[in-house]
Design a protein around this ligand. Structure first.
Ligand code: GTP
Ligand code: MG
Length: 370
């Protein structure tokens, strides 16, 4: 999102507002001087006027303020993959994750507190993997908000006794649109009426051809009930992740994405985030859209207080002044003043954007301006 309005563009371009509106009008766009211009339109205008123009969102600008940027490459380290589990309702997404968690994190505190947090981290042969479970019934829009920004690989869970269903197709399309690699977990293989070959042919019809049939997709038969195939699924994930060479710089200021948020009794606004870059620390001043504050506490997926979260690690951040929406980016800044300033600027930006959206273009206004 950009912050440039028609008159600001005109000022910056050294043109009259009328000229800019005329050009927009000729391009089939009705605009008034206070309307915001999107990136594409600005590019077209710039070309029209023979100008070179760069625009930035306030937070985008922030995102790049890091002393490490110039030497970033020297600090890049391997990071764990972030996996989103998607699929049709009741096909066993949560059960699969439950099996993986109970069998793989046994070393950690037993009787782990049930936390309603959408992201979990596990270890397999010393390698970490972060999972995001997506609820079957929830509107797909929210899942998209969580998924596209934070996910490296999608696991499409298809029940072998039920086959490809509408939400399976949706999940596949979502991963395709986001350009995320997919691994298919054919679940409930323990059931007597399981028909994994039917699932394969149904998926192939969607263009998801199994590698054993000459396609590029890995299919793994699993059972969340017996645990059959789960190890193989984890190995397949780690192999795919290795090919992707996922990296981040744990030394820089944290940048994280909100996958879930709520207002909690005694805690106030909380945001479950996955760190995309940098290290998030307790005490960090953060800005998260129009929300800001200090990370007073960070709680991991087992309900344990932790001091830091490194790239790909999930954590619940306590200390924001408001509840940020899922999909929002959280950025650590140097002090409280900076955090407040960016949150306020962002709020003002959103107010203006909203205002310009509701502004009606009247013929009078047009004739006055053009
Ligand atoms: P939503 O989150 O509602 O979309 O469902 P889900 O995909 O998370 O399914 P969930 O894990 O809740 O499982 C649905 C039902 O299938 C439960 O009754 C599970 O016990 C059962 N189930 C899941 N996996 C298996 C499996 O591998 N074998 C058998 N026999 N049952 C399974
Ligand atoms: Mg579930």
């Amino acid at each position: 999102p950009e912050e440039v309005r028609v008159y600001e563009f005109a000022e910056k371009a050294g043109k009259s507002v009328a000229d800019v509106i005329k050009v927009l009008f000729n391009l089939g766009m009705m605009a008034t001087k206070n309307d915001f211009l999107d990136k594409e339109t600005i590019e077209i205008l710039a070309e029209e006027f023979g100008l070179e123009i760069k625009v930035k969102d306030v937070l985008e600008e922030l995102d790049y303020v890091s002393a490490y940027d110039a030497i970033e490459d020297d600090y890049l380290e391997e990071r764990p993959p972030v996996i989103t589990i998607m699929g049709h309702v009741d096909h066993g997404k949560t059960s699969l994750l439950d099996f993986i968690r109970h069998s793989k994190i046994a070393e950690r505190e037993a009787g782990g507190i049930t936390q309603h947090i959408g992201a979990y981290m596990i270890q397999k042969d010393g390698k970490k993997i972060t999972f995001i479970d997506t609820p079957g019934h929830e509107a797909f829009t929210e899942m998209r908000a969580r998924g596209t920004q934070a996910t490296d690989i999608a696991i499409i869970v298809v029940a072998a006794d039920d086959g490809v269903k509408p939400q399976t197709v949706e999940a596949v399309n979502h991963a395709k649109n986001a350009d995320i690699p997919m691994i298919v977990a054919v679940n409930k293989i323990d059931k007597p009426d399981a028909n994994p070959d039917l699932v394969k042919s149904q998926m192939a019809e969607l263009g998801i051809t199994p590698s054993e049939w000459g396609g590029e997709y890995e299919f793994v038969n699993v059972s969340a009930k017996t645990g059959e195939g789960v190890d193989e699924l984890l190995d397949t994930i780690l192999l795919q992740a290795e090919l992707m060479e996922l990296k981040a710089n744990p030394k820089r200021e944290a940048k994280a994405v909100v996958i879930e948020s709520s207002l909690e009794k005694g805690r106030g606004p909380v945001a479950t985030v996955i760190v995309k870059n940098g290290t998030l620390k307790v005490g960090d001043h953060v800005v998260c859209g129009v929300a800001y504050g200090r990370a007073r506490a960070i709680i991991d997926d087992m309900g344990k207080m932790v001091k830091t979260r490194t790239p790909s690690e999930p954590g619940m951040v306590v200390g924001l002044d408001k509840v940020p929406p899922a999909g929002e980016i959280m950025i650590a800044v140097k002090d409280a003043e900076t955090a407040r300033m960016y949150a306020e600027r962002r709020a003002e930006y959103e107010r203006q954007k909203e205002l310009s959206k509701t502004t009606k273009v009247t013929l009078e206004e047009l004739s006055q301006l053009v």
